[in-house]
Design a protein around this ligand. Structure first.
Ligand code: SF4
Length: 292
């Protein structure tokens, strides 16, 4: 129905959403572990093109309930641009329930609280936010372009604007040497913010960026094996005590052990599953079936 500028990415939970490319690429595009948008230069697509795509989809699928604004950080578009898109969506899809997008820490530096409130009121209800690691040191080594304080500030401002925030953490990002710092820093960050959703991914480096990742890590990087990743997952789940219950998932296709529940309520059950996997009583997803 739509002609996309590929590659096209979306969160797993947006599988039934209409994907609308408001921007192309990622305005930061320098995280050393991420190859998603390396082939694209960031740009905001012409408003007229996006609005006419909405009209095309509305004719073919008028009952759309969910829309995901792509690519890497649609929130990086100017507020008035976003508002025009959101208002067009609301006009053309009367049953629309949710619009979502990825968000970067820098987006919050460039938006006022009033901007966030306006885009929320116009329908942008859910932001996917890559924490990756809460460790200041790991954030530097992966050139995340943010500090824990900036990350926390972004999440708090999104939540204050009544947006839901779904955050991701990348298991294995500190390698074997910095595993504890990676997870403990992440626990410390997560426990300071009222996230709605928290998901884990497992590190998978595309060959095209492997050398850059190793170079920027500034020391030999020893990848985690499955046992190390499960121990990271265990440490993370055991340590999370956020200010409000958080829906936890490890259901991204990269994970060796798909899990789900609400933390802290389901902590013991999830830990028991991880322990069973560590003990070999629960099979892991074979590596050939994992996708990064
Ligand atoms: S992880 Fe996110 S912010 Fe970093 S380069 Fe990839 S898309 Fe951009």
């Amino acid at each position: 129905m739509l002609l996309y500028d590929e590659p096209l990415w979306r969160p797993p939970s947006e599988g039934n959403s209409i994907i609308l490319q408001v921007t192309l690429g990622c305005s930061f595009n320098r995280c050393s572990f991420c190859s998603m948008y390396r082939t694209k230069r960031f740009s905001v697509r012409p408003l007229a093109d996006v609005l006419s795509e909405i009209e095309v989809v509305a004719v073919a699928a008028p009952h759309v309930r969910r829309v995901f604004l792509a690519d890497g950080d649609a929130l990086g578009a100017e507020t008035d641009h976003l508002l025009a898109v959101l208002e067009h969506l609301a006009t053309h899809f009367p049953q629309l329930q949710r619009v979502s997008s990825y968000a970067l820490p820098v987006n919050f530096l460039n938006k006022t609280d009033a901007d966030l409130g306006r885009v929320r009121a116009a329908g942008l209800k859910l932001l996917y936010y890559g924490i990756e690691s809460g460790s200041r040191d790991i954030q530097r080594r992966i050139t995340k372009g943010a500090t824990p304080e900036v990350m926390i500030e972004g999440i708090r401002r999104a939540r204050a604007a009544d947006m839901k925030v779904s955050a991701t953490v990348v298991l294995g990002l500190g390698g074997q040497r910095r595993s504890e710092d990676h997870i403990d820093g992440t626990i410390d960050l997560v426990n300071q913010v009222p996230l709605n959703f928290l998901s884990t991914l497992q590190l998978g480096l595309d060959p095209s960026i492997r050398d850059e990742f190793h170079h920027k890590f500034r020391e030999p990087f020893i990848p985690q094996d499955d046992r190390g990743l499960l121990l990271e997952l265990r440490r993370l789940v055991a340590g999370i005590s956020p200010p409000r219950p958080v829906i936890f998932r490890s259901n991204h296709a990269s994970n060796a052990l798909p899990l789900g529940g609400t933390l802290p309520k389901d902590r013991d059950r999830i830990l028991a599953m991880i322990d069973a996997a560590l003990g070999g009583e629960v099979p892991l997803v074979p590596p050939r079936f994992r996708a990064y």
